[in-house]
Ligand binder design. Structure first.
Ligand code: ZN
Length: 652
C-alpha cells in the first residue's frame, strides 16, 4: 500500500548546502542497522567494490578529469595562506566538479569553468605546493607547465564544450563533437563497416590509421581499478545467497575476459536472482553518455530491499501481463507471457560512477533487449533517494509554477505519492513491455542510434501516464478510491509543470541534450500541439502550463504511446528523429530566461548531489568482521576527499 508521507518526526538534516544551482543532500539508509551481520558484511565488501571503480567513470567522462581533480584536491587540502577569495572560488568549482564527476553539468552536458583569474589559480597552486601538495606532474614537468597544459580545461568554455553531443548540427560528427573519453580520434564515418567485438566495454582509438578496441577488463584498460573491484567482489561471494553468489562469480568472469558471451551470462544470472535481500549493480551499464548509445558508463550501486515499500511495486509486477494486454498499441507489438519482471523498492547504501553523487530514482536492467525478452528484467525504485529528494524540496518550488492555489495544494499533498507510483509504473510495466520486430535482432538501439534512449524513456513515461488513471490502480490497492482522481490530476499537473521548470537546467544554448529531459519535453510539447489537454497561460509576465482536460491527457498520451511503440518496434529512425526534433530538443530561449529568472529569485536548485552513507567494519583478532556500522558524514567535501584517499585539512 502506498500512503502519503505523513508528517512525522524526521528532523534530520537533509539539505546540507547549496553550490550555485546544485543542492547537496544527505542520503539515509535506515534499514541497514536491522540487517543480519552476514548481509551487512556482504554490503561492506560490495561497498568497497563500488568505491574501487569510481575513477573509471571519471576517466571515461573526460580524459583530463583525474588530473584536474588531483590538482583541485591538492589545493584544497593544502590551502593554508591561500587568498580567501580565490579559495572560495576554487572550493565552489571543486564541489561542482565532484557533484558532476568533472567539468560537465550532468543535465545539460555543457562545460562549466572555474570563475577565477588564471593567475590567482596559479598563485593558489604555488602556495599549496609550498605547503606540501603533490601535483600530478609528468616527468620533467613543472607546476606552471601542468597548469598551462590544463589551462583550457579549467578556464575555456569553448574548449571541449559538450560531454555528449547527440545533435551537434549539420555536417558535424557526433563523436568528434562529444568531449567524453569513449573515443579518441574516431568519427562515425570511420565506424562504418568496423566490426566491434566489445561494443559495451571498450574505448575506440585511432592508432596508426587503424581503429583499435581498448577493452575494459582485467589486463586491459582500467586494469588497476578492475583488479580492486574483483578483489572486493571475491570477498563478498561467501556472504551472498547461492543465486547472488552465482551472479557475482559471473560478473567476476566478465571483468576477467571482457567477452560479450560472459556479459550475457552475467546479465542472465543477475536477472534470475530475484529473491536476495541484498543486491548490487557494478559494471559498464548505461549508454547515455555515448552519443552513439553503445558504450557503457561505469557505475555501481549497493542496496537492500525495503520490504514495506516493495509490496505495492510487486502488485504491479504481478499484473504485468494484464497491462501488456491493454497497451494502446498494435496487437502485433504486444508481448505474450510477460513473466520476468521483478520489482523491488530498495534503499541504496552507496552509489558511485554514473549513479552518484547524482542519483537516478528508478532503474530497470539489464539493457540487453534480447535478455529482457527471454529472461525478463529487474526493476528497482530507490526509496531512500526519493525520500531525500522530497524532504529537501522547498515548498515554493511547486507553488511558483502552479496556476492556482488548488494546484499548489494538490502538488504539496500528492506529488511524492504520485511520483513514487509513476516511477514504479515507468520501471515495472513501462520498460519491461512491448515487442519488437524480428529483423531488429533484439537490438533496436542499433537502428534508432542516438534517438533510442530518449524514445525508450518516453515509452516508459507514457505507459505510466496512460495507466495511472486506470481503475486497476485502485483495485490493486495502490491508491485509495477516494484520492485517485486527485492523484491523477496532481501527476498530470506535475508532468506538465516539469516541462517548463526543467528549462532552468539548460542555462545556455537552445537545445536539450539529456535523454530524460528530451523525453519529458517531447511528451508535453506533443500534447500541447496535438491535444487539448494542456493550455499555455500567462499572468503578470509569467508562463504556466495548465492541465485543463484530464481525460484528453490520458487519451492522447495513449495515442502518442502507440506511435512511440511503433517507432521502437519497427526501428523507424526517421520518425524518431522527427518526433524529437519537432517537440523534444529545441526550445524558446526567451521562455527559458523567464524560467531561470523565476527560479533564481526563489533560489531553487536545478539538481541534487547526494552524500552517501559511510560504512565501517569492526574486526576480531583473526580479521573476521564482527560488526558493520553505518554513519552519515553530512559533508560532501569530507566524503569526496575520503574516496580519493586524501585527508581533509581545511574547512570548506
Ligand atoms: Zn527509464
Amino acid at each position: 500500500m502506498t500512503v502519503p508521507a505523513a508528517p512525522h518526526a524526521d528532523t534530520r538534516k537533509y539539505l546540507l548546502e547549496r553550490v550555485e544551482d546544485a543542492a547537496v543532500v544527505q542520503l539515509y539508509a535506515d534499514g541497514f542497522d536491522g540487517l543480519a551481520l552476514r548481509e551487512k558484511t556482504l554490503i561492506f565488501h560490495l561497498y568497497h567494490a563500488a568505491l574501487a571503480g569510481r575513477d573509471i567513470y571519471y576517466d571515461q567522462r573526460y580524459e583530463h578529469n583525474l588530473e584536474m581533480r588531483d590538482v583541485l584536491e591538492e589545493i584544497v587540502t593544502h590551502a593554508g595562506g591561500v587568498d580567501a577569495g580565490a579559495l572560495d572560488a576554487i572550493w565552489r568549482y571543486t564541489k561542482l566538479f565532484w557533484i558532476n564527476t568533472g567539468p560537465y553539468n550532468n543535465l545539460t552536458a555543457r562545460k562549466f569553468v572555474l570563475k577565477l583569474a588564471p593567475e590567482a589559480f596559479a598563485a593558489a597552486a604555488a602556495r599549496a605546493a609550498a605547503n606540501g601538495a603533490r601535483f600530478p606532474l609528468r616527468p620533467g614537468e613543472t607546476l606552471p607547465d601542468l597548469l598551462a597544459r590544463l589551462h583550457r580545461g579549467f578556464f575555456d568554455p569553448e574548449f571541449d564544450p559538450i560531454v555528449t553531443s547527440k545533435t551537434p548540427g549539420a555536417g558535424r560528427d557526433i563523436l568528434q563533437a562529444s568531449a567524453n573519453n569513449l573515443y579518441q580520434g574516431v568519427t562515425m564515418a570511420d565506424l562504418e563497416g568496423f566490426e566491434e567485438r566489445y561494443p559495451l566495454n571498450s574505448r575506440l582509438v585511432r592508432r596508426d590509421g587503424q581503429i583499435v578496441e581498448e577493452v575494459y577488463r582485467l589486463g586491459g584498460r582500467y586494469d588497476t581499478y578492475i583488479r580492486e573491484i574483483v578483489r572486493h567482489l571475491r570477498a563478498a561471494v561467501p556472504f551472498a545467497t547461492a543465486a547472488m553468489a552465482g551472479a557475482l562469480e559471473a560478473l567476476i568472469r566478465f571483468y576477467e575476459t571482457g567477452e560479450t558471451a560472459d556479459r550475457v551470462a552475467y546479465d542472465i544470472a543477475w536477472v534470475h536472482d530475484r529473491d536476495s535481500p541484498v543486491d548490487t549493480i557494478n559494471g559498464f551499464v548505461e549508454v547515455y553518455m555515448d552519443a552513439r548509445g553503445v558504450k557503457g558508463a561505469w557505475e555501481a550501486l549497493v542496496y537492500y530491499v525495503n520490504p514495506d515499500k516493495t509490496e505495492g511495486i510487486r502488485k504491479l509486477a504481478a499484473e504485468a501481463q494484464w497491462f501488456e494486454d491493454r497497451m494502446p498499441w498494435a496487437d502485433e507489438f504486444k508481448k505474450q507471457g510477460v513473466s520476468g519482471i521483478s520489482a523491488n523498492a530498495i534503499d541504496v547504501v552507496v552509489e558511485t560512477g554514473d549513479s552518484g553523487p547524482v542519483t537516478p530514482v528508478g532503474i530497470n536492467l539489464p539493457n540487453d533487449q534480447t535478455i529482457r525478452e527471454r529472461h525478463g528484467s529487474k526493476s528497482v525504485s530507490l526509496s531512500n533517494a526519493n525520500q531525500a529528494y522530497d524532504k529537501s524540496t522547498l515548498p515554493e518550488f511547486r507553488r511558483e509554477f502552479a496556476w492556482s492555489e488548488e494546484e499548489a495544494r494538490r502538488a504539496e499533498k500528492w506529488s511524492s505519492v504520485a511520483s513514487e507510483l509513476t516511477t514504479n509504473m515507468h520501471e515495472v510495466i513501462g520498460h519491461g513491455s512491448g515487442r519488437i520486430r524480428e529483423h531488429l535482432n533484439g537490438n533496436p538501439q542499433g537502428v534508432l542510434k542516438e534517438q533510442y534512449s530518449a524514445l525508450e524513456e518516453s515509452r516508459a513515461d507514457l505507459v505510466a501516464l496512460y495507466f495511472v488513471p486506470d481503475r486497476k490502480i485502485v483495485e490493486l490497492g495502490l491508491v485509495d478510491e477516494a484520492d485517485h482522481d486527485e492523484i491523477v490530476r496532481a501527476e498530470y499537473e506535475a508532468y506538465a509543470r516539469n516541462a517548463l521548470v526543467q528549462l532552468r537546467r539548460v542555462r545556455e544554448g537552445t537545445q536539450i541534450e539529456e535523454d530524460h529531459m528530451r523525453n519529458r519535453q517531447m511528451i508535453v510539447g506533443w500534447l500541447l500541439a496535438n491535444s487539448g489537454a494542456i493550455e499555455v497561460r500567462r499572468r503578470e509576465g509569467k508562463t504556466y502550463y495548465v492541465v485543463v482536460d484530464v481525460t484528453a491527457f490520458q487519451r492522447d498520451a495513449g495515442r502518442l504511446l502507440a506511435e512511440v511503440q511503433r517507432i521502437k518496434s519497427e526501428g523507424d529512425y526517421d520518425a524518431a528523429r522527427a518526433l524529437f526534433e519537432t517537440y523534444g530538443v529545441h526550445f524558446d530561449p526567451a521562455l527559458r530566461d523567464e524560467v531561470v529568472a523565476r527560479v533564481d529569485r526563489l533560489h531553487m536548485p536545478s539538481y541534487t548531489g547526494f552524500v552517501q552513507p559511510r560504512l565501517d567494519a569492526v574486526r576480531d583478532s583473526q580479521g573476521n568482521i564482527t560488526e558493520v556500522s553505518i554513519s552519515y558524514p553530512l559533508d560532501l567535501a569530507a566524503q569526496m576527499l575520503e574516496y580519493s584517499g586524501r585527508a581533509r585539512t581545511t574547512q570548506a
